[in-house]
Structures are given as structure tokens and as C-alpha cells.
Design a protein around this ligand. Structure first.
Ligand code: SF4
Length: 693
């Protein structure tokens, strides 16, 4: 294990204490003028409790965290708050925020000749040293161009020189950032906590003369991809022939990973917005990564392995943030919080403390088969409005294909429990257009929704919320075709008719948005020209159904002679993919194997409770699954962390720990053992085998 894997993230980087300035922000008069001209001026005021005030002249690096969405969405994003907090702990860095201005604000900025400015000090974007964009969704790309343009920064990285800010980006879309690569100087792959600090260090130590030298320095940082150092080459039929690295010794860029999440300090201060935002509550990340292996889920592959936080500091910290912020709700976040191994004791302890204050705890992402009566009984102690479950597919056959482990009777039981405990409505998330989907699967979706409604005696509203499957890079379905807009609308109309007949609710996703998302999700660098044209034609907020200008997008594709359908085609297995040089840690051969077993309807075991299937994400030295459950909590040994004494204490020894479906395990010697009594043994340890790429 390297020393850096153990040390707290900020240790030895800048030992001076950070200094905050207590004065409120001085809004420049010219910006103040605009507030009365736009809708929701609170989006631009930046005077929230918890916002960091520093003296900009006392720092060496000024960092703008940029989120290409409106304030209400941007401010709800926990990742942004984590980086904001982490960067501002350093005395030599001042990190501020800048969000996408709504259309009215953009028009006013342009009319008044003003630049897009930060929320904290109203500093124009081009006066920052580093601007870091969050890439969460492909349909925010035109907003990124609008923000750069409004901020006075040349759009193309090749047009910037030493006077301009360094423009970087990170987030899930970074794992195929090719369509937007020409606009970015560097891209952070994977966990950002260490990488942004390294980027800030590199900028601080740069002599501000030769930009190419800065890029060369960035390219040596683990997890940092410099697009200008890679050149795509194409076959005459349009397919990629190769992505040629400038340095043949570095043909790929491997993602950055925080091996132990407990090294990342918990959020030091909670930003409390002065207007309603989408997720208005304290949020804590309880774990990162997911090894359930749902074959459509990009996050489940790019954030491997599973890394849990120690529950004990989480408990104390939740109380601190609630007290400081005055919030009456807390959300425990992860890709699948019901699978956090200490969820039962943590929730029990939290609710005992918080329920008397009427503070609600929510687990926004919980799989159907992770729900049990312990969990639900605790959650319902404070609030019971609506509940959401994600069955994803309507038939067992299709659920096997996509690796959703729950059975129909488990969903019905969960619904009975949910309604029985007093929830009054239920929303079910599904996808349509999944590989191998047939009409039977869609009719199964309707039948399943009807069954769930019956579990509540048809007394409560039940809604099927159906999005369209978009194949994502770095997943086993990255080679699958995406269905057309016409096919999507045909399937949606079948569902609309059948659900309505049974008096069930139906929500659907705009087929055109999924189509565009699919183009850019698996797109290549040639799409940058389309983005530029679309931006110039006026495309903004393309992820908003009422804002997306389909007509302008059609023009942008036509003007650049790009056939968007081509990006939806099925890819052959030996094709060079635009993201092949961006290494998520999971081997391509593993994804191909998963694709093969998907069609055989074979489930792959969860490696945090059964055995390793050698995806490539762990090196088993510094990087591996880290769990904190007491022995038997999830039916397996704790691979990474130690058994936490607090978690043991929270659940008395004679209490049967809910193991849900995992009552039997297969150990390394292929013996079936009882999960609740099995002792940790070498038989259950991993057999190490290097994955082939
Ligand atoms: S390498 Fe093995 S243990 Fe690690 S995430 Fe992949 S399958 Fe799980």
C-alpha cells in the first residue's frame, strides 16, 4: 500500500489554517442592476449560509467550480459541495461557484455587456486560474459552451494561451468526454478529491508562461487526461481506426481512485440556499461504488470497487450538519444505500436521535431486494408521503438479462410493507428499449405495476415512470443498439394505453432527449463541431423537454454532415470505441463476458458478499472492496475494513441480523455455507487473477 493511500487527503499539502473573511459579498453594482430584470434572482445572489468568503488577494490559486445547470439543480449536487469544501480548506486556494444562467439572465448579461461571474465575489469567469466543470449529463454540453462564452473564455482549448484559465472537467461523462474534448484542457477520470488538489498544485507551481508545459505536467498526474495529447484516426467508413497517444508509453489514462473513503474529510460546512432547490436537505455519502453489476448502469462499473464509510463518524457528523444548517431532513446517499452494510444500525441510531425532532431520514436509492421491514420501519418513523422503487424491467426474463436480482414476489411483498406502514403513493422506475426487450416485457411491466397497485388494495396512486434505455460506455451494453425515436414512441403509446386501462399512472421521458443523449453518450470527437453549431444556433438546457430545440439540433447535424443515427448502431465487439483509451479499471474483456452471460440470463455474483469475478477494478493491495459490516451482516466476511465495534454494539449479539436473500454463500472452495454463521476464513478470500484487457 502506498503512503498516499493511507494519509488523510489534505495532510501535508498546506498545513496553514485556512482564513475566512467574515464580510458579506459585495455585489458589483452592475450585476445588482440585473437582478430586478430576471426571474428568480435568488439564483445569482450567492449569499447563502455556509458560502466561503476569503480574501482573493491572499490566495495563489482561484478555482471556479462550474455546474452547467440552473442553481436549483447545481446546488443540490453533493459532489460539488464536497470539492468546494475540500479546496477551500486550503489556505492557498479560493474556490468559488458558478452555475448556468437561465435564458433571461444570459440575455441580460449579453445586453449589458457583462461576463458570467462567480456567486461568491462576482468575479468574471475569465479572471479565475482554473475553471472546473461537472459533467453529469450529456445534454448540458451546450450550457458549458454558453458558460465559457459568457465568461469571456475562448471555447476551443487550442485557442487559449497562458492568459486564459485552465478549463478542466470531471464526473461520469468524463469517461467518454470525446464529444466535448476539444473544449477542455484536461479531464479528471474517477474520484476527484485527490486529483483536483494535484491540479491546483500543478497550476500553483507553473510559471504562467507556456501553457503546453502546464498540460504536460497535468498529463503526469494519475487520472488526468489531456485530450490534446491523443489524436483520433478514422477508417474511410467513419469508424475509429485508432486513438493515437502523443506518448506511446502512456496509451491509456487510468481513473483516479480514493481507495479508502474514510480519508476524505466529511463535509465541513453545509451550504444553506436562500431559495428552494431540488434536494433541500443535509446529504451524506455513505459509500461509493456498487458491485451489484446491473448491466445497463454506468455508475456501477466506473465507480468500482465498493467503498463504505465508517458509520460512527457519519452518525456524529449528521447531527453536526443538521444543527448548523437547521434542516429537518437528511439523505444518506450512494448508488444503493439499502446495501450499505451498516444501514440497519446506522438508521436505528439516527432515528432514535432524530425522530423526536421530527427530522426525516431518506435513502433515495434503494434496490427492491435490499428493502426489509427493519429499514422501512425506521424510515417511516417521521415521514410517509411517496415511495419510489426501481424494478427497471417488467419480466423475470428481462431482469435476468440486465442483472436485477429481485423476484416479482419480493416486489409485491415490499409494496405490501410500504403501503402497510402508511405510505400513500408509490412510483416505480422502469426502462424501455433494453436489449432483447419484446412486447411481452412491456405487457409484463403493466402487469407488475398492476400487481403493486393490488398490494395496496388499489387505494393508492401507483405510477410507472419509464425512461428510455441509453447504452453507456464502460458497461456490458456499450455495444448494444439504441432504439429509434419512432420505436420509443410506439412502445410508450402501448404503455400509455394499457396503464390507463388499469387506472395506473404513467410518466415517460421525452424520446428526443434520450436520442440526443445516446448520440453524445457514445459519440466521438467529431461531434464537437455539432455542439459548437448547436450552441451558436441557440441550443441551451437541452435536457429540459420544453427547452430542447429539436429543429436546431437537426440543422446542427446536417450542417456538419453528421448522421446521428450512426451513433445508435450496434457496435461490433472488436471495434475501436471512442473511450477505449479512458480506463475505468474494469477490463473490456470482462464487459464482453458480462454481455455474453446477459444473453444466457446468467446472474453474476455480488463480490462484496460472494466471490470476486475479476472485473479488474481491484489490485487487492491498496484497492479493494471496503465494508464495515459486522460478520454475517451481508452474509460474508468484511473484505476491507475492520468489523466496527460500534456497529456490533448497535445490534445486540442475540438479534438476528437481516441477511435478506443472502442466507447461503458459496465460499472459495465451492462449499455452500450459512451466511449467518460462517466464520471469516481464508477459504472466502479472493483468488487473485489479473484480468486480461
Ligand atoms: S476485482 Fe473482484 S472484488 Fe474487485 S470489484 Fe471487481 S469483481 Fe469485485
Amino acid at each position: 500500500m502506498r503512503a498516499s493511500d493511507r494519509a488523510p487527503i489534505l495532510l501535508a499539502r498546506d498545513p496553514r489554517p485556512h482564513r475566512y473573511v467574515r464580510t458579506p459579498p459585495r455585489v458589483a453594482v452592475e450585476y445588482q442592476e440585473l437582478f430586478r430584470l430576471v426571474d428568480k434572482p435568488g439564483r445569482y445572489l450567492g449569499n447563502e449560509r455556509g458560502a466561503v468568503r476569503k480574501d482573493p488577494s491572499a490566495v495563489r490559486v482561484r478555482f471556479a467550480l462550474a455546474f452547467p445547470e440552473v442553481y436549483e439543480i447545481a446546488q443540490s449536487h453533493l459532489g460539488l459541495q464536497i470539492l468546494y469544501d475540500l479546496l477551500n480548506r486550503r489556505a492557498d486556494v479560493y474556490c468559488e461557484r458558478v452555475y448556468a444562467p437561465w435564458l433571461d439572465m444570459e440575455a441580460e448579461l449579453r445586453r449589458h455587456g457583462l461576463r458570467l461571474a462567480s456567486l461568491e465575489t462576482f468575479t468574471p469567469l475569465d479572471r479565475f486560474h482554473i475553471v472546473g466543470f461537472s459533467l453529469q449529463y450529456e445534454l448540458t454540453y451546450t450550457n458549458i459552451l454558453a458558460m465559457l462564452d459568457l465568461g469571456g473564455i475562448p471555447l476551443l482549448a487550442s485557442e487559449r494561451d497562458a492568459r486564459h484559465p485552465l478549463v478542466i472537467a470531471g464526473g461520469p461523462c468524463a469517461f467518454n468526454s470525446e464529444p466535448i474534448a476539444p473544449f477542455l484542457d484536461a479531464v479528471v477520470l474517477g474520484d476527484g478529491e485527490d486529483a483536483v488538489l494535484d491540479v491546483a498544485d500543478a497550476y500553483r507551481d507553473w510559471d504562467r508562461r507556456d501553457r503546453a508545459e502546464l498540460l504536460a505536467r497535468l498529463a503526469t498526474i494519475d487520472g488526468v487526461y489531456v485530450p490534446a495529447h491523443f489524436t483520433p484516426e478514422y477508417h474511410s467508413d467513419g469508424r475509429l481506426a485508432a486513438i493515437v497517444p502523443r506518448d506511446p508509453a502512456r496509451p491509456t489514462v487510468r481513473k483516479r481512485i480514493v481507495a479508502d473513503l474514510n480519508r476524505v474529510p466529511l463535509l465541513g460546512r453545509q451550504l444553506v440556499p436562500t431559495m428552494d432547490i431540488v434536494h433541500d436537505r443535509v446529504a451524506l455519502e455513505v459509500m461509493r461504488g456498487c458491485v451489484k453489476g446491473c448491466r445497463f448502469c454506468q455508475a456501477g462499473y466506473i465507480y468500482r470497487p465498493l467503498r463504505e464509510r465508517d458509520p460512527q463518524p457519519l452518525l456524529a457528523h449528521t447531527e453536526k450538519l443538521l444543527k448548523e444548517s437547521g434542516y429537518d431532513a437528511v439523505s444518506l446517499l450512494s448508488l444503493t444505500t439499502g446495501d450499505y452494510s451498516c444501514i440497519n444500525p446506522l438508521l436505528a441510531e439516527l432515528m432514535t436521535k432524530l425522530a423526536p425532532q421530527r427530522i426525516a431520514v431518506s435513502l433515495p436509492s434503494t434496490r427492491v431486494d435490499a428493502l426489509d421491514d427493519h429499514l422501512l420501519t425506521e424510515i417511516k418513523r417521521v415521514r410517509k408521503t411517496g415511495f419510489t422503487l426501481a424494478p427497471e424491467a417488467g419480466t423475470q426474463r428481462l431482469r435476468d438479462v440486465i442483472q436485477k436480482e429481485y423476484r416479482e414476489d419480493e416486489l409485491i411483498q415490499a409494496a405490501e410493507l410500504i403501503f402497510g406502514l402508511g405510505w400513500r403513493s408509490l412510483k416505480l422506475y422502469f426502462m424501455l428499449g433494453l436489449p432483447t426487450e419484446t412486447e411481452e416485457d412491456l405487457r409484463g411491466l403493466v402487469a407488475l405495476t398492476h400487481g403493486v397497485s393490488a398490494a395496496g388494495g388499489h387505494r393508492h396512486p401507483v405510477t410507472a415512470s419509464v425512461s428510455t434505455f441509453v447504452p453507456k460506455p464502460h458497461t456490458p451494453f456499450q455495444w448494444a443498439p439504441q432504439i429509434t425515436v419512432a420505436e420509443t414512441e410506439a412502445r410508450q403509446s402501448l404503455l400509455r394505453r394499457e396503464l390507463k386501462r388499469r387506472r395506473l399512472g404513467f410518466k415517460w421521458h421525452d424520446a428526443r432527449l434520450s436520442y440526443l443523449e445516446g448520440v453524445f453518450s457514445r459519440g466521438d470527437r467529431r461531434l464537437a463541431a455539432v455542439l459548437l453549431t448547436a450552441f451558436r444556433l441557440g441550443c441551451r438546457f437541452d435536457g429540459w423537454s420544453d427547452q430542447c430545440r429539436w429543429d436546431l439540433w437537426q440543422r446542427a447535424f446536417a450542417d456538419n454532415d453528421v448522421d446521428p443515427d450512426w451513433y445508435h448502431r450496434r457496435r461490433v465487439l472488436d471495434e475501436v470505441l471512442p473511450w477505449d483509451h479512458l480506463d475505468s479499471g474494469v477490463a473490456k474483456s470482462y464487459l464482453q463476458r458480462e454481455l455474453a452471460v446477459a444473453f444466457a440470463r446468467t446472474l453474476t455474483p455480488d463480490c462484496s458478499i460472494e466471490r470476486c469475478t475479476y472485473c479488474g477494478a481491484c489490485d487487492f493491495t491498496s484497492v479493494r472492496n471496503v465494508t464495515f459490516h459486522p460478520h454475517g451482516a451481508k452474509g460474508s466476511v468484511s473484505h476491507g475494513g475492520t468489523v466496527d465495534p460500534w456497529a456490533r454494539a448497535a445490534m445486540p449479539a442475540d438479534t438476528a441480523w437481516p441477511t435478506r436473500n443472502w442466507t447461503r454463500l458459496v465460499d472459495g472452495g465451492r462449499r455452500s455455507v450459512d451466511a449467518r454463521t460462517a466464520e471469516p476464513s481464508s477459504a472466502l478470500s479472493h483468488r487473485h487473477r489479473a484480468p486480461s484487457k
